[in-house]
Design a binder for this molecule. Structure first.
Ligand SMILES: [Zn+2]
Length: 271
């Protein structure tokens, strides 16, 4: 059996629920859980290194405030809570550039706790998983996140960022080239890059997903809703490829789509 986790990043107060509905209905209607990595209190002026506003800010609308808690998107929150197939993961706090790449433990803890409080105030249950903005976690960030979450989902694990106390688990993981591992009672999951991205060639996209899923016990597939709605306008071709992925996942009796919570429960073999 191959297991798949669908992880969509950057849902925040700016996200029109209709975007998520259009992308994910074919998954949800087949009973596949979708993990939404939600930004609790998005900074509304986050810019990429080339000076442009982040795509998740320009693909939607939110009130003109410096920090927008997700609860301001009342329609969005109602939509997410009404659909049992959505599972919320915490995606940083404000989604500042490399927000969890810093090593000030007190500040990291403050952001984690503030983010959790804002998600709670919006009425979401305690998330099982944490996703760092830009998939970047410092050593101190791993320690603080692991104190609060069962599952950490990120891109990869660099030796220099692995806490000393995890090395006894990290060395065999590295030697056996395992994509996922456990340390300190937590699940540490990597992913094979953002295969479903507008930065990738579209022709081989579905094939790359199939190859990744068939080559592993558990694969985390990362997507970003706003890449399918650049500037708020649907990219019908890319949305179509997402729906082909849903068709393919549904067609395979040996593939099961699970949530981060399923992993946290220990019911999903990870390697
Ligand atoms: Zn993000």
């Amino acid at each position: 059996m191959h297991y798949v986790i669908l992880r969509d990043d950057d849902t925040c107060a700016f996200t029109p629920p209709a975007c998520l509905e259009r992308i994910y209905r074919p998954f949800l209607s087949r009973g596949m859980p979708v993990n939404i990595a939600a930004i609790p209190e998005v900074r509304t002026e986050v810019r990429t290194p080339d000076g442009r506003l982040e795509g998740y800010l320009t693909a939607g609308n939110a009130p003109d405030v410096p920090l927008a808690p997700i609860g301001l998107g009342r329609e969005l929150v109602g939509y997410l809570k009404a659909e049992p197939g959505y599972h919320i993961a915490q995606h940083g706090c404000h989604h500042d550039i490399l927000e969890f790449g810093d090593s000030d433990r007190r500040e990291l803890a403050r952001r984690l706790d503030r983010g959790a409080k804002i998600l709670r105030e919006a009425g979401f249950p305690q998330p099982a998983a944490f996703v760092a903005p830009y998939d970047r976690l410092s050593k101190a960030a791993f320690v603080e996140v692991a104190a609060r979450f069962d599952v950490i989902s990120t891109g990869w694990f660099e030796a220099r960022n692995v806490p000393l106390r995890w090395w006894a688990a990290y060395v065999p993981k590295k030697m056996r080239k395992r994509p996922h591992w456990r340390a300190g009672g937590r699940y540490l999951l990597s992913h094979p890059g953002c295969l479903l991205s507008f930065q990738r060639p579209r022709g081989p996209m579905l094939a790359s997903v199939r190859k990744a899923v068939e080559g592993a016990t558990l694969t985390v597939l990362v997507s970003h809703w706003w890449e399918l709605f650049p500037g708020g306008h649907p990219d019908a071709e890319l949305i179509g490829i997402m729906h082909e992925v849903a068709d393919w996942l549904a067609s395979r009796p040996d593939v099961r789509v699970v949530s981060f919570r399923d992993v946290a429960s220990g019911r999903v073999p990870i390697n």
